[in-house]
Design a protein. Sequence first.
Lengths: 165, 165
Amino acid sequence: MADKTLETLFHETLKDVYYAEKKLTTNLRKMARAAQSPDLKAAFEAHEEETQTQVERLTQVFELIGKRPRAKTCDAIEGIISEAQEIMEEFKGSPAHDAGLLAAAQAVEHYEIVRYGTLKAWATQLGLDEAVTLLDATLQEETAADEKLSALAESVVNAAAEKAA
Amino acid sequence: MADKTLETLFHETLKDVYYAEKKLTTNLRKMARAAQSPDLKAAFEAHEEETQTQVERLTQVFELIGKRPRAKTCDAIEGIISEAQEIMEEFKGSPAHDAGLLAAAQAVEHYEIVRYGTLKAWATQLGLDEAVTLLDATLQEETAADEKLSALAESVVNAAAEKAA
């Protein structure tokens, strides 16, 4: 297996993240519909639009390494999203619903942040300068999306505590 | 379902993270055995010891809320760990093995960082001061573990590129 180099790893991880982003587009729509707080709903809708651009950037990175865009099942995102679905089902209509949903969305963001950070580092090592620029653009957006959710968290959690009181 | 409050959500998430930490103890041992780089091996071994303390802190948090420590399958960590296992199998003996394994470990760390961040925020809201202290201690360790991996990443990735050359 000595032929499995950093290029192989980069390509495999790219397929994993491509799957994750595509899966997310659909799920962010569900999460936006489920959110009770109008602010949280708006945050999910805005991020769904961003995610479509991020998928497009990934297809450009595939082109840069001379590969056809292909997705490969990403077990991590499947697991994280199944936790989000569990929250939506088990906490539907309850005061803590949005707090749980927001936390699940932050778990998604952190998975993406760590993956794009890794892909960017590998692209740098491989001298793929255009890919570095594309991956960094998405990394910045994911970090900003996570910060937006953190800023929303306090009011969403306070609302949960007040509703339950 | 109006009885599902922030307390319920805190308790459910605690069970999820408890499962994740226990699962991780075993898997960090496997990852330490698989690592080719002595530094990466040492980092996994050190973090396995920390993880045992973190499990112990979680049992204390369960006590603080008057519950018995119980684990609940965490789909997210199952998914993230299955990606780590895939790397260990598919890249075994190849130059990029450690770079992939290190990246998988960082995905684990980020999942823990986001979950402990959330639990700490909820504990603060719920006025569980002792729990906040315990959760924060682990959060600091996880953040430090992630930084240690980031610092190692460059040399591991360089080694991968050199071996392949």
